[in-house]
Design a protein around this ligand. Structure first.
Ligand code: ATP
Ligand code: MG
Length: 432
């Protein structure tokens, strides 16, 4: 019996491959994406944090919010003795846990953190939607300054600029402060009360538990009812309003384009004030490339005695790949070795093995065929490897202390003393 990857997960192979109708880029492309992300993070002085994939279930339940889809139906849980853990569905609550657990505030100033890694949600797999997917994101913890929000959005913009992505839209809104919500909730309930039967069961529940989420309903009838519903914008208090106006002025000053969307809310309970999403036409129904906002309520939700202001975003790497493909951006291919060793005869094979290690110690990437193959098969393998040069070694060459170095592009060949190979080939490399 042959095993297969679990539904909604995939292998990353050296070459791109397709699985379930979706193209999974090769390892080199994933590394490139991660390198570009890290490069941008470095320029913004964000520092990398790595948290465990397993987290306590209560952290996720409280940190993400009991009324969210994630906690209600998308968690992968792991039982061990009497404990229940969750495969992290997102990284914001874990980063806040780490910040509080290790008193990162004591490093002084606001902490600029970023992460890259896998997340897990038990959703129905489809294009751009997996059960194990990969996020990168930032968390700027300890500042309520609107410049922190602007910095995070500038960082998000810079990442997608670095990938050469042009067809993106940033949607922006403010949710106001937690204290602004009860009045809005009451107004919404009043508005929807005469139309209760037109609402779905889910929306009726949300009206009770998490009324903001009604605003992002996809149901056309409900959207019609929203047209003349009370506007969240009218309930935002003076402080949150001033914060939002400063943020917009900063974005305008930087020339970062955005569209205000009064219906934009986040599914996660801990968001306050700023919310934003980065969309791409390439994704359609697959949702957003990235989403973020301010979550001044999170720290206390996960046990901090004092409030800790924070703002950040999370971006999906699989969706970035979809958008890159849509824009026709070429992805890096697997690396080729510098040298492919072709050895004929037992003595040459034995000597070649030592030469491979010497060349590697000199910094060259060296490959050779295993399993005593014919000259023709080895030359074919050398071509397939797309190495810059083949080094040919037979018993005659060995006796003479030389090897034939063949330039695989130009099919030129020259004799090089074996003890000069490293010097010759590394020199050639740096000249290339
Ligand atoms: P959606 O509306 O698409 O379900 P979400 O609101 O659940 O997204 P967030 O929790 O904000 O998403 O996660 C941030 C980003 O992570 C998303 O914008 C998306 O790019 C990516 N993402 C979320 N869930 C998945 C998934 N199951 N598969 C692939 N990427 C995902
Ligand atoms: Mg989702």
């Amino acid at each position: 019996m042959a095993f297969q990857t679990i539904r909604g997960t995939f292998d990353v192979l050296p070459d791109a491959h397709s699985t379930g109708g979706a193209e999974i880029p090769g390892t080199a492309a994933w590394r490139w994406v991660e390198d570009v992300v890290r490069g941008v993070m470095e320029r913004f002085a964000f520092e990398e944090i790595r948290t465990p994939v397993l987290e306590p279930i209560d952290l996720v339940a409280r940190g993400v919010g009991g009324t969210t889809d994630i906690v209600q139906k998308e968690m992968f849980t792991v039982e061990r003795s009497r404990e229940t853990y969750v495969l992290r569905p997102e990284v914001t609550a874990p980063v806040m846990r780490a910040y509080l657990e290790h008193h990162l505030d004591q490093r002084g100033g606001a902490q600029r953190l970023f992460y890259v890694g896998p997340c897990f949600r038990a959703e129905r797999p489809q294009k751009g939607r997996y059960r194990q997917f990969h996020q990168f994101g930032t968390e700027l913890i300890g500042a309520d300054d609107p410049r922190a929000d602007a910095e995070v959005i500038a960082n998000l913009r810079a990442v997608y600029d670095a990938f050469g992505m042009t067809d993106t839209r940033l949607r922006l809104n403010t949710l106001g402060d937690a204290a602004d919500r009860p009045a809005f909730r009451d107004a919404l309930r009043e508005h929807f009360a005469p139309h209760a039967e037109a609402l779905s069961e889910t929306s009726r529940q949300r009206l009770e538990t998490n009324p903001l989420r009604i605003l992002d309903t996809k149901n056309p009838d409900e959207r019609a009812l929203l047209a003349d519903a009370p506007r969240l914008t009218d309930f935002v208090g003076d402080d949150a309003r001033a914060h939002y106006e400063s943020l917009k002025a900063l974005l305008d000053g930087m020339g970062v384009p955005y569209v205000e969307d009064p219906l934009l809310v986040r599914g996660l309970d801990y968001y306050t004030r700023t919310v934003f999403e980065l969309e791409s036409d390439a994704l359609g129904a697959q949702g957003a490339l990235a989403a973020g906002g301010r979550y001044d309520g999170l720290a206390q939700a996960v046990g901090s005695k004092t409030p800790v202001p924070a703002v950040g975003y999370a971006a999906g790497i699989e969706r970035l790949f979809l958008a890159l493909a849509d824009q026709g951006v070429a992805l890096p291919k697997p690396l080729h070795p510098d040298v492919f060793l072709v050895c004929l005869g037992d003595a040459a094979e034995a000597a070649g093995f030592g030469i491979a290690q010497t060349l590697r110690a000199a910094g060259l990437a060296v490959d050779f065929a295993l399993g005593g193959r014919s000259m023709k098969a080895q030359m074919k393998a050398a071509d397939r490897s797309q190495a810059a040069v083949a080094v040919l070694l037979g018993d005659d060459e060995l006796a003479a202390g030389v090897a034939q170095v063949r330039d695989l592009g130009a099919s030129e060949q020259r004799a090089v003393p074996i003890d000069q190979l490293a010097v010759e080939l590394t020199g050639e490399d740096s000249a290339a």
